[in-house]
Design a binder for this molecule. Structure first.
Ligand SMILES: *Cc1c(COP(=O)(O)O)cnc(C)c1O
Length: 370
């Protein structure tokens, strides 16, 4: 028997969730194509397996690195591939043109670089407008200069799509303040637009426009602190499971683990789980973080260590060594665990460690350990 931790990746759930993103985006009345955002190794789910599972349905794939995009092309992915942060170096431009990649452009100098590159083919680009996020993109006062540069660069370009990113689609401020800025910046420019992330696809589907960008919802987690993924019909794509490998019976006043942050107020049974921060479980998860043992909800007790964490089995007399534990996924939303640890579902998903063996399900065949 090997160390029992596994990440089960449900490819059917990912396809189902992509379908939900498409259905929501279709309400915009636009072309409603949806980028499958697969950056960060598909949010920890494995780039190649996610890309292959969506290969016959996704309108396109969005990620960060040119190398990773080329790997997708080499694996036979034919759809458009968007480089969300654009190109970092002039040398990447030839690769973009040869392999049909769509870089974001967020600085004027990059338009000049495209003109100077003598590319073998015209380049599709996403022109990034800064509508208030204040990370990447052109500010409103730069638009006249952008239009001049763009006119000069036109012979090198296959297409231009305007792109902006919402800062508060998941919160009270909403998207209207940025949409208004976008309308002003793009006035008279009859170009396709790509604005919506997962939160906007769900809450403001009218912003999905020509090309929405769906990340977290593909993986069945929620972009919202106050609305669950399940309430949108999303299914968790990753279930992190392990087993109890030891049990300690402790008396009142005894403490558990590093720092002794959990103290027994009564006789307690503590289950030791083969999962720690070295597997990607958040170390900041405090006492009381939800966890499933043998299908029943209980809580963690004691500090998360590198290879183990500890949970309260006092009221689960049937649970013991060998009992199955679900850290997150089916039966326990990753968003709940993340919230207890003071973070969002995105972070533990992306943090899944390489040492965790992955099992694929929902791929049409039997379960495969890969
Ligand atoms: C990561 C990313 C997305 C996807 O965000 P989600 O909240 O996961 O849907 C969309 N657009 C850009 C520019 C991104 O970097």
């Amino acid at each position: 028997m090997s160390r029992p931790i596994r990440a089960r990746i449900d490819l059917a759930a990912i396809r189902h969730n992509y379908g939900i993103a498409k259905m929501r985006a279709a309400r915009s009345g636009g072309a409603a194509r949806v980028w499958a955002v697969v950056k960060a190794d598909a949010y920890g789910h494995g780039l190649m397996r996610v890309a292959k599972s969506l290969a016959d349905v996704a309108d396109g794939f969005a990620l960060l690195e040119t190398d990773t995009a080329v790997a997708l092309r080499d694996a036979g992915i034919r759809q458009p591939i968007l480089l969300l942060e654009g190109f970092f170096d002039q040398h990447e431009l030839a690769v973009c043109a040869e392999r049909g990649l769509t870089p974001a452009v967020h600085r004027l100098e990059q338009l000049r670089m495209i003109r100077d590159a003598a590319l073998p083919a015209r380049l599709p680009i996403y022109l990034k407008l800064n509508t208030g996020m204040n990370r990447l993109g052109f500010r409103p006062e730069e638009i006249p200069a952008v239009r001049r540069e763009l006119a000069e660069t036109a012979p090198c370009l296959a297409s231009v799509t305007l792109m902006a990113h919402f800062a508060t689609a998941d919160g009270e401020r909403g998207v209207e303040w940025q949409l208004e800025c976008f309308r002003q910046m793009s006035a008279g420019w009859n170009l396709p637009a790509s604005l919506a992330n997962s939160a906007a696809i769900l809450r403001y589907p009218h912003t999905a426009g020509d090309w929405a960008r769906s990340g977290i919802i593909l993986y069945g987690a929620s972009p919202f602190a106050d609305e669950s993924a399940a309430s949108f019909g999303l299914r968790p794509a990753m279930t992190l499971t392990s087993r109890i490998l030891g049990v300690q019976e402790i008396g009142p006043g005894e403490r558990v683990g590093y720092g002794g942050i959990a103290e027994a107020s009564r006789p307690m049974r503590i289950g030791i789980v083969a999962c720690g921060y070295g597997d990607g479980y958040p170390r900041h998860a405090p006492n009381g973080t939800p966890i499933l043992v043998a299908g029943t909800r209980t809580v963690t007790a004691g500090r998360v260590s590198m290879d183990m964490l500890t949970c309260d089995l006092t009221d689960l007399p049937a649970a013991g060594v060998g009992s199955e534990v679900v850290l997150w996924g089916e039966g326990l939303a990753v968003d709940e665990v993340a919230a207890a640890a003071g973070t969002i579902g995105y972070e533990p998903l992306c943090a899944l460690a390489r040492r965790v063996p992955v099992v694929e399900t929902g791929g049409g065949g039997t379960e495969n350990e890969v």
